[in-house]
Design a protein around this ligand. Structure first.
Ligand code: SF4
Length: 306
């Protein structure tokens, strides 16, 4: 059996069996372990992942360190192994070369994988795969028990009439477009028009918004988020982090990112804004439920292996 080790628990970590563990070895180890795989997703967890590999190496002779932040991913995707069940990758790599993105450096050019089941498509750039492959992915999604989620970030520039039509027969929970730079707004707007049937359900059509990159300002970042709200696309702000270091953002940047992570609050803000105009700042308390979820987040402290 392969024992999988993760530096932190995220919403994608497989936590469904005793062979998936976050952090250091405990008192008792699972039986019949043939290999230990330490899987590191984020570049800022590399040091912790290396420490975990050494710690688990005291108990098991074969320990491999990998994951998207360490090495190119396997050409075969096994559902449930390194990401929780329901998540699937049908391709690797990307043919673009965006300056802020690690994918081309870590994974290289686009390659198609065998389509394995899962309702949550996490491909880096699904629409580069071509109509034939995407059509097969949509057929797979139609057979899934749960509604489809496109949470890998759909390249707005590549959303065409064919893709919009192909999605019409599908139950869709949410679809994320990618707006990584201000110049992409027009592409997102055009994609949102083609996918307008997804705006009927609240927060069904969303967009990742990269903030804090390349001389971005708080005002510009916030303005981009509001621009998306105006066209019926719910933003999901992501603070830029480079591969080689960790940027410690100011409280103002963190507050902005936090604000645009909460769609329910944003929707309330938008309604309030419409009622009162843009002059008054709306204040609301942090929802208790979200605070509780945050305290459940598990990760290995970065300085534990100093
Ligand atoms: S940001 Fe998206 S389109 Fe650009 S290189 Fe990365 S995966 Fe490709």
């Amino acid at each position: 059996m392969i024992l999988r080790i993760f530096p932190r628990l995220t919403h994608l970590t497989p936590a469904h069996d005793e062979y998936s563990i976050v952090g250091l070895p405990g008192l008792f180890q699972p039986p019949n372990v043939t290999e230990v795989h330490v899987s590191c997703t984020f570049t800022w967890d590399r040091k912790v992942a290396e420490g975990l590999a050494a710690a688990w190496g005291q108990y098991f002779p074969v320990v491999k360190l990998g994951g998207p932040a360490i090495a190119p991913p396997d050409e075969e995707f096994v559902p449930g192994r390194y990401v929780k069940r329901g998540v699937t990758f049908t391709s690797r790599g990307c043919n673009k070369n965006c300056q802020w993105c690690l994918v081309p450096k870590m994974e290289g050019k686009l390659r198609l994988l065998e389509i394995r089941p899962g309702n949550n498509i996490q491909d880096n750039n699904l629409l580069q795969c071509g109509h034939e492959h995407v059509g097969k992915v949509i057929e797979m999604l139609k057979k899934e028990r749960f509604a489809a989620r496109f949470s890998g970030g759909i390249d707005a520039e590549l959303v065409d009439d064919w893709f919009a039509e192909a999605l019409r027969g599908l139950r869709i929970d949410e679809l994320y477009l990618a707006m990584d730079h201000p110049g992409a707004f027009r592409q997102v707007e055009q994609a949102a028009e083609k996918l307008s049937f997804l705006k009927t359900k609240s927060r069904q059509l969303r967009a990742y918004v990269l903030i804090g990159y390349n001389h971005d300002t708080l005002e510009k970042a916030e303005s981009r988020c509001w621009d998306l709200m105006k066209i019926g696309v719910t933003p999901f702000a992501q603070l830029y982090q480079p591969a080689d270091k960790w940027i410690e953002y100011s409280p103002a940047w963190k507050a902005l990112a936090w604000k645009w992570l909460r769609p329910a609050v944003m929707a309330a803000r938008e309604r309030r804004r419409e009622e009162i105009g843009e002059v008054e700042e709306v204040k609301e308390a942090r929802p208790k439920k979200v605070r509780k979820e945050r305290t459940k987040h598990v990760r290995v402290p970065a300085d534990i292996f100093d």
